[in-house]
Design a protein around this ligand. Structure first.
Ligand code: RTP
Ligand code: MG
Length: 159
């Protein structure tokens, strides 16, 4: 029989402090990941210092929401995942829905941000938006993670 190799794409997903603060929301989001056929490659809970937040969001430093974003993201514990799935970057962003809560509720009512988002800043989750940002963000959250090594060791399990 033909063996169809699936190409798993890694992405960085974060459950932000607003969602981690509510145990039922955290549980529901974790379940959402499992229900959507993502492989959880790594998972860790952490708290950012303000400077981590500033560094991660440096590209937004001129924006009007930068200060409250930086403050929010270092306000309490969050949970970071490395997720793997075919087309994983797009699938996770689709599951999250649009950044802006009201847009999410209007256009994607089943999405995570539509269901759990509080405001445009406190919008429950983050997801990498490209292969390049996934690489940067994975090493930001998981400095010891080596994708190549993981592929060689683990990927055959998913064929
Ligand atoms: P992310 O980077 O978290 O995946 O979100 P995104 O691409 O959908 O949104 P982006 O424009 O990159 O914004 C990054 C994060 O900044 C916060 N934000 N607040 N108007 C506001 O108050 C506002 N706009 C953006 C959100 O937490 C967003 O996820
Ligand atoms: Mg973004």
């Amino acid at each position: 029989a033909a063996r169809l190799a699936r190409v798993l794409q890694l992405t960085l997903a974060v459950i932000k402090p607003d969602a981690v603060a509510h145990p039922l929301m955290l549980e529901a989001l974790h379940q959402r990941i499992l229900d959507n056929k993502f492989v959880i490659v790594r998972c860790r809970d952490l708290v950012w210092r303000r400077q981590d937040s500033e560094r991660f969001y440096a590209e937004h430093s001129g924006r009007f929401f930068y200060q409250r974003l930086v403050e929010f993201m270092s306000s309490g514990p969050m949970r970071a995942y490395i997720l793997a799935r075919e087309d994983g970057i797009r699938h996770w962003r689709e599951l999250m829905g649009p950044t802006k809560v009201f847009r999410a509720r209007y256009s994607s009512p089943a999405s995570i941000r539509a269901q759990f988002g509080l405001t445009d800043t406190r919008n429950t989750t983050h997801g990498s938006d490209s292969v390049e940002s996934a690489q940067r963000e994975i090493s930001f959250f998981f400095p010891d993670f080596c994708a190549e090594e993981w592929m060689v060791k683990e990927e055959p399990l998913f064929r």
